[in-house]
Structures are given as C-alpha cells and as structure tokens.
Design a protein around this ligand. Structure first.
Ligand code: CP
Ligand code: NVA
Length: 308
C-alpha cells in the first residue's frame, strides 16, 4: 500500500492532521471488516517493540497485528536493552534502523520517543509516553464511530487524571471536531500548553476544549471516558491519589448526568471500585472491550500507512 503517510512517525495525536486521522480510521475499518485482504501487506517486514513499562494490550495487539499483516515483531523488554543506561537512545535508533522497518516504543519521558524518531531512519510509533498515548486514541475514535456513527459534534467527557490519555484525547478531539470536557480534581488538570494548543486547533474545527473540576460538567455527555488515577511511574502517589480522586469516577451517579445512551470508555487496565465500578463497566453502553480489540485494527492501519 502506498500512503502519503509512508515513512512518517506517529509520536502524538497532534502529529496527524484531521485528514490523516480520517484516512487511518478508514483503513482500520477496512482491516476489521476484511482482514484477509491485508495479510501480506507487510510481508518480510519487522517491527521492533521497545518497552520501558509493562503492557498487555499494546504488546499483544502490535505483535499480533504484525503477524496478521505478514510481518514479524520483536519484543524488547525493559531489561533487554536498558534504554539510556546500557546504550544511548541515539545508538539504539541507528542500530535498529539497520535491521527493522518500523519501531514502536513505550517509554517514560516523551523526549525518548522524540529522540528515537530524530535518529531513526524508519518510522517510530509512540506506544505510550508520560505525555501522550496516541495509539489508544486512534482505537478509541474507531470505537466511538462504531457506536455513534461520527466524532464531530459529540460531547466527550473524560473524568479523572489530566494524564497522557487525556492529552491525546484533547489533541485528537480538537483535530476531529469533537467537544472535549476534562474533569479533574484541582491540581490534576492537563498541562496548560496542551489545553491551549488543543483549543487553538479546535477553534478551526468547531471543537471546544473545556477543563472543569466539578462533575456537573458531565451533563449531556455522549461519551464518558476514564483512566487509572495513578499512571505507570506514579505508584508512589497511588494512596494519596485514591483519596484526592475519590469522587472522580464513572458509576451509576455519573451515568444519570450523561445522556442515557452515553458510551462508556476506559483504556484499561481498570481498577474496579476506583475510577469505574465493575457493574458500570459491564453495562450495554460500555465499549471497553471493543476499545481493546480496536487497538489491533487501528494499529494495523497505522503500520500499513507508515511502513507498508
Ligand atoms: N491501554 C493500554 O495501553 O494497555 P496496556 O498498558 O496493557 O498496553
Ligand atoms: N495513564 C495510564 C494509561 C495506561 C494504558 C498510564 O500511563 O499508566
């Protein structure tokens, strides 16, 4: 497949234009509908997967995705290459580029994926950094379209920590014309620079970006989204955050404030009883496992566009 995205990296939702997001989502839908038509697209190609943090979905969906596209994936665990300790990010990027066709990395500092992309001669995909989780949001958008038929004009409410997932949702929403309300406890809002940049883009696509501390902002939501209160790397803060975030959750009360057909999303892993309760996560409105499945299709689409 020859795409105008060929050779590009995908480090942040902000990196892709509205058209590029739409093109990726179109391919993701086609791949989901007719996977057999894509099973040789990446024949002979290899993906290197660098992980500084644990993963279920990202690792398995990327690795399975490469197999299904006719290619191969290599898992590099946190201790395999000790990124930045055993060897510099620059040297890793250069060496891997001599072997593989595409690199995916899950890292702590966002500067690491930026550095990898700077020195690699093959595309680099951000499989989650402390700043962004763009692959997740591609899958989320595919899921929202499946449930609601569109993205533009919807009201998506994210409840919880103003973290990497919130940042990517805000950037993505701004690009696709979706209204985004992020509700956090005071002091846990998304980075101001993200809010500003997303709002600026949103003003040209009809998307409003709202930051709130009061749960009444859930009113009229089409989509409700939450994520863990303490992200990977914040384990030391987990106990304090459990206290601070106690009211910032998706449960029966939150559901009453949203539209009756509001779609429930969670990127998983979930801490049931904290940011979402188990019963709410299993309602027919919940699409959390479709989201997880769509990681496979959306990332296959990305791989096809960037490395096909
Ligand atoms: N949602 C997500 O990225 O899951 P993993 O951490 O299991 O990869
Ligand atoms: N915000 C979470 C997302 C996990 C997929 C984290 O970074 O741990």
């Amino acid at each position: 497949m020859s795409s105008h995205l060929k050779g590009r990296s995908f480090l942040a939702m902000f990196d892709f234009s509205s058209e590029e997001i739409a093109a990726t989502l179109k391919t993701a839908r086609e791949i989901k509908e007719k996977p057999g038509e894509f099973n040789t697209v990446l024949q002979g190609k290899t993906l290197a997967m660098i992980f500084q943090k644990p993963s279920l979905r990202t690792r398995v969906s990327f690795e399975t995705g490469m197999t299904q596209l006719g290619g191969h994936a290599i898992y590099l665990s946190p201790t395999d290459i000790s990124l930045g300790k055993r060897e510099t990010t620059e040297d890793i990027a250069i060496v891997l580029s001599r072997y593989v066709d595409v690199i995916m990395a899950r890292v702590f500092g966002h500067d690491i994926v930026v550095d990898l992309a700077k020195h690699a001669t093959v595309p680099v995909i951000n499989g989650l950094s402390d700043f962004e989780h763009p692959c997740q949001i591609m899958a989320d958008f595919q899921t929202i379209i499946e449930r609601k038929g569109r993205l533009d004009g919807l009201k998506c409410c994210y409840i919880g920590d103003g973290n990497n997932v919130a940042h990517s949702l805000m950037f993505g929403a701004a690009r696709v014309g979706m209204n985004m309300t992020v509700i956090t406890p005071k002091g846990y809002e998304p980075l101001e620079a993200v809010t500003k940049q997303a709002s600026d883009v949103g003003s040209s696509t009809g998307s409003t970006i709202t930051i709130a501390n009061d749960l009444s902002a859930v009113e009229g939501a089409d989509v409700l989204y939450t994520d863990v209160w303490a992200s990977m790397g914040q384990e030391d803060e987990a106990a304090e955050r459990k206290h601070v975030f106690a009211a910032y959750r998706i449960d029966a009360e939150t559901m009453k404030r949203a539209k009756s057909d509001a779609t429930i999303l969670h990127c998983l892993p979930a801490h049931y009883g904290d940011e979402i309760d188990y019963d709410t996560s299993r309602l027919p409105n919940s699409a959390i496992f479709d989201q997880a499945e769509n990681r496979l299709h959306a990332q296959k689409a990305l791989l096809v566009h960037l490395a096909g």
